[in-house]
Design a binder for this molecule. Structure first.
Ligand SMILES: *[C@@H]1O[C@H](CO)[C@@H](O)[C@H](O)[C@H]1NC(C)=O
Ligand SMILES: *[C@@H]1O[C@H](CO)[C@@H](O)[C@H](O)[C@H]1NC(C)=O
Length: 375
């Protein structure tokens, strides 16, 4: 094995540059033939590396052999799962396929809900009022209306909470002002006090946006906040240097009620916390119906609901934007079953659903307005 490992390592660098651009379009299925021998497995792994090596940061070249062990287990799981009859979704290899689930969950999830629970006990949380909608369409997809920024990538930091919060603010800002701005997750991570790379509290992060605002993501020129760095740094936000985007409030969608969540989503994309599983990690496409995670301390993940719909087989789903890049799932999105028997919804989706509220643009100065308009 030593010799093959070395040639793999050398070969990898040659393919790195050409491979990444196409990763989201490559469908790495696992056939029985791939699983037949150690050698066929190794070939599959080499192919996987050529596609995903650069887009995944779990790789440690010294560690190729233990990565290969985890990869084999995942490849077998994908193959077995996709053979099952009557499934509404399928699995695939993706950038996480050379990690055990425990390693994965330690890096790529990270939602916390404790402080909302505390606020609920204190009565400090505002509940969303049901929006006054007359006609409720059978499907809705905010992405079609240009109010959702492209899928981002939290990399190996458990900052999903910051990504979900920024994404929700980006969307409500577009809906209210007509400007689709890309906002800084790094600022939320560094400055909000709501969490770190081991997880965070979305409700508290929205609080920060109400009080302070978020800068735009770096486009090469100050005063934009430095681009995402995959780790928490000291806060570099400068309130004297707009533009930044503020919100006017936040509210919690009443939990245990998928109808309430649907009406909220009809008003705007909504930040939600879900518990995720090994199958969620390897989701490739279709309508995800569980299993969900069972340990909220480890499995909490924060994402953004951007719409809902129903398949031609009459399976209802939520449309969810994730923050694991475009190579995961359906171009970075997942559809999860909607209107299930459990009133909390799939993977607890109704439990901690939060809407940022925005009335009208609140910019720091006329200069800021001009800067945003020119952006
Ligand atoms: C939502 O709309 C986007 C943009 O039109 C489209 O690419 C995507 O497939 C839609 N999602 C669903 C689940 O219909
Ligand atoms: C769920 O929410 C809807 C919409 O706000 C409301 O009409 C309905 O009464 C709620 N159901 C329950 C059981 O609270």
């Amino acid at each position: 094995m030593k010799k093959t490992t070395l040639s793999l390592v050398v070969g990898l660098w040659a393919v790195l540059l050409v491979a990444t651009a196409a990763a989201q379009d490559v469908d790495l299925t696992v056939t029985d033939k791939d699983l037949e021998t150690e050698e066929s497995m190794w070939n599959l792994y080499k192919w996987w590396c050529s596609v995903y090596y650069a887009s995944s940061s779990s790789r440690d070249l010294a560690d190729v052999e233990s990565r290969f062990e985890a990869f084999k287990a995942n490849a077998r799981h994908v193959n077995e799962f996709n053979k099952k009859e009557g499934m509404t979704y399928r699995l695939g290899l993706n950038q996480f396929s050379d990690m055990t689930f425990e390693e994965f969950a330690g890096k790529f999830t990270g939602g916390r809900t404790g402080s909302i629970a505390g606020d609920l006990r204190d009565g400090a949380v505002t509940y969303c009022k049901p929006p006054a909608v007359g006609y409720v369409p059978p499907s809705w997809n905010w992405t079609k209306y240009g109010v959702v920024t492209p899928v981002k990538n939290q990399l190996t930091c458990g900052s999903c909470w910051a990504f979900s919060v920024a994404a929700a603010v980006e969307s409500i800002n577009m809906i209210r002002t007509g400007n689709l701005l890309t906002l800084s997750e790094q600022q939320i991570l560094d400055c909000s006090g709501a969490g770190d790379c081991n997880g965070g509290y979305p409700y508290d992060a929205f609080d920060y946006v109400i009080k302070t605002g978020i800068s735009l993501d770096n486009r090469g020129n100050p005063p934009y906040y430095p681009p995402y760095e995959n780790q928490k740094q000291k806060c570099r936000f400068d309130p004297r240097k707009p533009p930044f985007v503020k919100i006017d409030g936040e509210c919690l969608v009443p939990s245990g009620n998928e109808t309430a969540l649907k009406l909220a989503v009809l008003s705007q994309p909504v930040s939600v916390v879900i518990t995720i599983s090994d199958e969620f990690r390897s989701y490739r496409g279709g309508v995800f119906r569980g299993p969900c995670g069972s340990n909220p301390n480890v499995d909490n993940h924060v994402v953004l609901v951007v719409g809902y719909g129903v398949t031609t087989d009459n399976i209802k789903y939520w449309i969810i934007k994730n923050s694991w890049g475009k190579t995961w799932g359906e171009y970075g999105y997942i559809r999860m079953e909607r209107d299930i028997l459990n009133k909390n919804g799939i993977c607890g989706i109704t439990t901690w659903a939060i809407c940022p509220l925005k009335n009208k643009p609140r910019l720091a100065s006329a200069d800021a307005a001009a800067a945003v308009a020119a952006y």
